[in-house]
Design a protein around this ligand. Structure first.
Ligand code: 13P
Length: 339
């Protein structure tokens, strides 16, 4: 394992004022998102939409890394430049989603286990040769009556650690993503308990399997109530509970935490991150973003109105959100900057 390379790239990904763009939606998910805005889904429309984002002027000041899907890492920009080279030329690290999706967990109705360990070593080696320097694996944890089960927690934690160990062996910084979903009517306290449980299990597995924590990043959910919960907590409470939970359940030698947005509104995702970075309390890790929807939703709506590789209004929408989140890295965002 090249510890120096892993640590250098992990720190680069969370360097001041920058974060990650998660553009690694699977073909199925990306197709659904395109169809939802009235665009026919195909390999070409998925390419054109993303190539438009990746050619935005100046976004590299707010984006240190972009997570790609297998289809995209093999595609090119309009002028034929391979997408990983386009990103590297701008000083952005290309990343790759390496899990093959969350599948039904046998004997545990309503729960999922993320697959993709078979052949992972060979795929990581190929992606490294294509320019990727970090990877992502997403585990999905659902809260409901009696859920999550121990089986769901332990199997997903084990898989996250096995994935991380293989990535590091192959020179890729693993982004460890145990996502506790916002679906359901649970309150923020329950989200806290379940998040603490999956974090403890994941880092315990990482320790057993020799994962080098200073060469990895964590991509967690924030501590927030379910979408159908009547008791909505304030932005300040989300920020405080999230930092408290992470402080008590994440190793302090991890270089950075890059949150997912998970279905929060664009502005909530920015505001929560901003409040955490504004706290006077010192955090042992960088607190940053690896947003998918919260960076892209508006840009995608605008692109659907004019599906070109050089759609300025879509790029402006993406650049605006990237800049708002960049400011939130320093606690410098405020609501009036949104208008
Ligand atoms: P969202 O920010 O849309 O939750 O996506 C982040 C991600 O990469 C989920 O795996």
């Amino acid at each position: 394992m090249d510890r120096e390379l892993l640590e250098k790239n992990a720190r680069f990904l969370v360097s001041p004022g920058r974060g990650i763009l998660a553009a690694d939606e699977s073909n199925g998910t990306m197709s659904n998102r395109l169809e939802a805005v009235g665009v026919e889904a195909s390999s070409e429309t998925r390419r054109a939409y993303r190539a438009n984002l990746f050619s935005t002027e100046g976004y590299e000041s707010a984006i240190s890394g972009v997570i790609l899907f297998d289809e995209t890492i093999r595609q090119t920009m309009k002028d034929g430049t391979p997408i990983p080279s386009e990103l590297s030329n701008r000083g952005i690290l290309p990343g790759i989603k390496v899990d093959t999706g969350a599948k039904e967990l046998a004997n545990h109705e309503g729960e999922k286990i993320t697959e993709g360990l078979d052949g992972l070593r060979e795929r990581c080696s190929e992606y490294f040769a294509m320019g990727a320097r970090f990877a992502k694996w997403r585990a999905v944890i659902r809260i409901d009556a009696g859920l999550p089960t121990k089986a769901c927690i332990t199997t997903n934690a084990h898989a996250l650690a096995r994935y991380s160990a293989i990535c590091q062996e192959q020179g890729l910084v693993p982004i460890i993503e145990p996502e506790v979903l916002m679906d359901g009517d649970h309150d923020a306290r329950r989200c806290y308990e379940v998040t603490a449980e999956i974090l403890d299990a994941t880092f315990s597995e990482c320790e057993s399997q020799g994962v080098h924590i200073p060469g990895a990043l964590l991509k967690p959910n924030m501590i927030i109530q379910g979408n159908d919960c009547e008791n909505q907590i304030s932005r300040e409470e989300v920020a405080n509970l999230t930092v408290e939970c992470l402080t008590n359940h994440v190793p302090h030698d991890l270089p950075g935490i890059v949150f997912l947005s998970g279905g929060q509104s664009d502005e909530d995702a920015t505001a929560h991150l901003n409040l955490m970075n504004k706290m006077t309390q010192e955090h042992p890790w960088e607190l940053s973003y690896s947003y998918g929807r919260a960076l892209q939703a508006d840009a995608l709506r605008k692109w659907a109105e004019d599906t070109e590789d050089s759609d300025i209004s879509s790029q402006a929408a993406f650049l605006h959100r990237a800049k708002m989140n960049s400011l939130a890295r320093f606690g410098d965002w405020s609501q009036d900057l949104e208008t």
